[in-house]
Design a protein around this ligand. Structure first.
Ligand SMILES: Cc1cc2nc3c(=O)[nH]c(=O)nc-3n(C[C@H](O)[C@H](O)[C@H](O)COP(=O)(O)OP(=O)(O)OC[C@H]3O[C@@H](n4cnc5c(N)ncnc54)[C@H](O)[C@@H]3O)c2cc1C
Ligand code: FES
Length: 297
């Protein structure tokens, strides 16, 4: 059991939880993630380490409530507990001195920006962080990112804060202005990462993307997270989540991400009804459990 020791809302909608996880707090590295299960009947979902504190024995997560499990997680309070958290998982961010690195984060992808920007800077890089979001309510960690990077640029789709447009536009402007960029690290919606890869390819800028395929066990056993990279099957959970963005089969990733859309929507509707009736518990057995369907992958 992992007790929640603090909870806050970043911007207007992103929820940050700090939870007790002493062993993980001593091992987590930038770019890694964990898989949690809120209770015995809950599904497993992966979240990135937004931070960790080995002295306090805690880890941080930041997420947008978008479906059943993230809404359930967002409803938890300080003092409540999460049943299981398994991690650290995945390969940490590859660190070397590239020169000037641009971190392009879209939406909740920015959750991993703080540890990654800090680690890349400690490796001797100049780090520019571009944070893109649909609107200012979805921005997060602005003060912290300004402190951990050499430059922080904000873009919102509706122009409510910073540049009016996509974060990728700001990256393209830097490239067109002739600014030296030695590496791009991107995380966010798959379509944003695909477009980023397409734009950096002609300029020969090494681009790494942190992929977000559906994951279940996180151990390379179930195959749910399989992705094609350079014509080879890879598992996002153990071979990634970071891959060379120029070699990823983005269209396949996007198709596979929607595999359970009808079940996810039905499950979220059912969860909302349970909440409206004032019952905090989940059904004894979750008929939407994705684990049952993994054999179909
Ligand atoms: C390595 C990794 C790190 C992630 N880190 C973060 C993070 O730090 N913050 C954050 O807000 N989100 C993060 N995500 C996405 C997060 O896992 C999904 O938002 C969450 O699983 C949605 O579950 P749900 O039941 O609330 O929504 P649902 O309605 O079930 O799903 C909404 C969408 O989320 C995705 N999704 C659903 N289930 C899974 C699953 N088991 N594995 C992966 N994706 C799923 C699908 O694209 C789906 O269409 C990460 C995903 C991966 C793979
Ligand atoms: S989540 Fe990667 S193999 Fe199961």
């Amino acid at each position: 059991m992992h007790k929640i020791v603090s909870r806050r809302v970043l911007g207007q909608r992103v929820v940050e939880l700090e939870v007790e996880a002493p062993a993980m707090s001593k091992k987590a590295q930038a770019g890694q993630f964990f898989i949690l299960r809120i209770d015995e009947t809950g599904e497993r979902i992966p979240l990135t380490f937004a931070g960790w504190d080995p002295e306090a024995g805690t880890i941080m997560m930041a997420f947008l409530p978008i479906g059943k499990t993230t809404n359930h997680l967002a409803s938890l309070k300080v003092g409540d507990s999460i049943r299981d958290i398994a991690g650290p998982m995945g390969e940490p961010t590859h660190l070397e001195k590239y020169g000037h690195v641009v971190f392009l984060g879209g939406g909740v992808g920015t959750a991993e920006a703080l540890p990654v920007a800090r680690a890349l800077r400690q490796a001797g890089n100049k780090v520019t962080v571009i944070q893109g979001a649909r609107n200012e309510d979805l921005l997060m960690y602005e003060d912290e990112l300004a402190a951990e990077s050499d430059q922080l640029l904000i873009a919102t789709d509706d122009g409510s804060k910073g540049y009016h447009g996509f974060g990728l536009d700001l990256l393209m402007k830097m490239i067109e202005d002739g600014e030296q960029i030695d590496m791009v690290h991107t995380i966010g919606p798959a379509i944003m990462m695909k477009m980023t890869a397409e734009k950096t390819r002609p300029h020969g800028i090494h681009t790494v993307a942190s992929l977000n395929p559906i994951m279940m066990d996180g151990t390379g056993m179930c195959g749910a997270c399989r992705v094609m990279v350079d014509g080879e099957t890879k598992f996002g959970c153990v071979d990634g989540p970071e891959f060379d963005a120029h070699k990823v089969d983005w269209d396949l990733l996007m198709i596979r991400q929607t595999t359970y859309k009808p079940e996810e929507e039905a499950s979220n509707e059912r969860f909302k009804k349970i909440q409206e009736k004032g019952c905090e518990c989940e059904p004894a057995s979750d008929p939407d459990s994705k684990v049952k369907e993994v054999a179909g992958n």
